[in-house]
Write a protein of this length. Sequence first.
Length: 334
Amino acid sequence: MKVLVTGATGFIGANVVRHLLARGDQVRCLVRKPNALLDGLDVELSTAPLVPREPSELAELLAAVDGCEGIFHIAGVYENGPAARRKMRDVHVYGTRALCDVAVRAGVRRLVLCSSSVTVGFGSRDAPGDEDTPLDPTPVYGSTGPLRWYYDTKFQAEELATGWGGVEVVVVNPDFVVGAFDIKPTSGQLILTMARHWLPVYPLGGKCFIDADDCAVAHLAAMDRGLPGRRYLLGNENLSYREMMGLVAQVVGRRPPILPLSTAALRVGAAGLDLLAALKPHGAERPDRRVLLSMQEARYRSGARARRELGMPATPLRDSIDKAYRWFCDQGYC
Ligand SMILES: NC(=O)c1ccc[n+]([C@@H]2O[C@H](COP(=O)([O-])OP(=O)(O)OC[C@H]3O[C@@H](n4cnc5c(N)ncnc54)[C@H](OP(=O)(O)O)[C@@H]3O)[C@@H](O)[C@H]2O)c1
């Protein structure tokens, strides 16, 4: 099968591409600029723009999907810089719209859209949320700011793609992904920070974690046998940050964190960061206060549907952390 993959120079895309190649699929990667993750791989490259602005660019994107039976739209952005809102809207909403458009024109059978767990409701560890759990975004992500824009653009992309018609769309919603090839790094930043120095504090909340290989396997299965229009939360172990950081500490050979992070202290710290940013508005990206505060909350979700319908494996998180750490060390990050 021949497929187009966006986001192949990123963490999840790199894992998906390797699984596709391993089973003998022909892979074309739509990239802005190739990077080391693509070195030595037997893939075709296209530098067509994901968001065409003029007819010639649309023709380039159409050529990029030509002959493909499937598209994996994995490219994505999360940042809190000055252009964050525009970038997220471009890649998530306009990029999805452009890919649906060319998919129909080129007769592509199916598009797998990599969204995020941010659009899926959550619950407690005993009663985790799933794809049908309602989510009111304002109390959770606020009414504006990067986290809210991320939610909005991912939600809009899902709505737009599943309602498009003429191409089958399956949505996958990864939670906190851990594994190799996290080149930026994204979720692996916590592992790297803990590898570099002892972190004494842990946030009070928790998350649903998923191995990067398992996440990739689920992407391929969504292409093969996911139900069109359906969403699949990709998550395995629900762990508190304290438990997760305990596992990281074992793998990287450091002491686990011992002090719970006080929400009051975090609010004061976040307010200080906001003040600094206000005084120096064009400065470097600062930690997003809502992301920091969200780590104080337990947001547990279930990947039961993906395990049941897509055969998503359930690799223990410790093994995923080990893969991530070994990759970071091999690449000289440690
Ligand atoms: N990592 C997680 O834990 C996690 C969890 C839930 C959902 N997700 C979602 O999974 C997807 C992949 O995330 P990731 O962790 O692999 O992130 P990543 O490592 O930052 O990779 C992002 C990818 O998107 C590409 N991209 C960004 N803007 C683009 C544009 N304007 N045109 C074309 N390509 C563009 C990047 O290309 P460049 O190399 O050119 O920048 C890169 O290949 C995203 O949609 C993200 O929202 C990730």
